[in-house]
Design a protein around this ligand. Structure first.
Ligand code: FAD
Length: 362
């Protein structure tokens, strides 16, 4: 068996690490000069969307021997709409770093790997599959998937983000649902430390959004965030990404080619998050290659979550600011909060079902 992994990101490295656990070595190809060789920013994992996994970090460590150290635990999520403010409290998940940051998750995974990563190798599936018996497509780019099989794109999004300076409580994250600056999207602020945070605006590139001035949306986002946090939030650095695709494959595996991470379609459409799902697809592909499971069966729950998440997204997208206010206010109802945070229920499924009555109200 000769295994190639294309991409040393979350899914590719999780796959390589799991293969090592089963005594299999893979050749990992990475087009960049090191794992996470790009701009620094923070990402989050929210437990309520990962049912039945309660604590993703300890689950990956205990069940799969993949050890990740987040930068903070989320104890509070502030939800801001145009006229309302609500919060969810409890052990809600984690914030972690990505990119060139020394504690970036991709760097943490690369450090756990015994085998070497072949850097500066921009490889193609066509050439790799000639040499290897098994190929894992982990390039983080669904355009690579589309060269092999259809990929159903639900939406493409634009990210505008910045590292901002201020005074932050590292256990509190802020989310903003406001069509005035995040049309059918959202903005969020994730602290890296008590002095630094990532502020990210993300919205779908629908035709009606593309006629809007993106710089103006970003300015309005910044104004709102500064006002709500009552801070100046000086910009340290900025990044912008467009045409980031959210969608899914028709099949997770073709012969001995395994699609993992974004190449599989592991971005959950509601918030556009997919870290845990990417890591899981990497683990599952390795298990299948090592003869420890069937990839199609292992990823089935992820397809299900994807569709629940898409349904939640489509519901939220229909809400105007008044309805978003109403939704935020309803979260202050203790019963609603309890339901959303219950470890016994699937928060994503519940939220995707609960959203529909809000669409009818105006
Ligand atoms: C701005 C932004 C914010 C996000 N925020 C969150 C969040 O808060 N929470 C969350 O859960 N998710 C978030 N996500 C999504 C998350 O980043 C992805 O789900 C995850 O990184 C996908 O993992 P992956 O392994 O598919 O790709 P990646 O981790 O991107 O890795 C792909 C790797 O493949 C390499 N590569 C590409 N092409 C080739 C090639 N031809 N040959 C060799 N190597 C190649 C790349 O250089 C890269 O290292 C965010 C995404 C973005 C862009």
């Amino acid at each position: 068996m000769k295994i190639a992994i294309m991409g040393a990101g979350l899914s590719g490295l999780a796959c390589a690490l799991t293969l090592e656990k089963y005594g299999c070595q893979a050749d990992v190809f990475e087009k960049r000069g090191l794992a996470g060789d790009r701009f620094i920013y923070a990402e989050a994992m929210f437990s309520m969307f990962h049912h039945p996994i309660d604590d993703a970090v300890s689950y990956l460590s205990v069940e799969h021997g993949i050890h990740l150290k987040p930068s903070s635990t989320i104890q509070k999520t502030e939800i801001w709409t145009e006229n309302e403010r609500s919060s969810l409290n409890g052990h809600l998940g984690y914030v972690n770093m990505r990119g060139k940051h020394p504690a970036a998750y991709e760097k943490q995974l690369a450090d756990q790997l015994q085998g070497k990563i072949r850097f500066h190798q921009d490889v193609s599936h066509t050439e790799i599959s000639k040499e290897y018996t098994h190929t894992v497509l982990a390039t983080g780019d669904s355009l690579d998937t589309e060269k092999i099989q259809p990929y159903k794109t639900a939406l493409t999004v634009r990210f505008i983000g910045a590292i901002v300076a201020g005074e932050f409580d590292i256990t509190t994250v802020h989310t903003f649902f406001n069509n005035l600056f995040a049309p059918k999207g959202m903005a969020y602020l994730l602290p890296h430390s008590v002095h630094e945070a990532s502020l990210i605006l993300v919205y779908p590139q629908y035709p009606e959004n593309e006629v809007l001035d993106k710089d103006e949306l970003w300015e309005n986002c910044l104004v709102e965030c500064r006002k709500r946090l009552n801070q100046n939030l000086a910009l340290i650095s900025m990044f912008e990404l467009e045409n980031y695709r959210i969608g899914t494959t028709e099949t997770p595996r073709i012969g001995n080619t395994f699609f993992v991470g974004n190449c599989f379609g592991s971005i959950m459409p509601f918030l556009g998050f997919g870290q845990l799902e990417s890591i899981l697809t990497g683990i599952y592909a390795a298990q299948a290659i090592a003869g420890k499971g069937n990839y199609e069966d292992l990823v089935r729950p992820l397809y299900k979550s994807y569709h629940d998440s898409l349904s939640l997204r489509r519901g939220i997208e229909k809400l105007d600011n008044k309805q978003l206010d109403f939704l935020a206010a309803s979260i202050r109802n203790p019963l609603m909060e309890k339901l959303l945070l219950s470890k016994r229920v699937d928060g994503l499924k519940i939220a995707s079902r609960l959203i529909h009555p809000f669409q009818k109200r105006s």
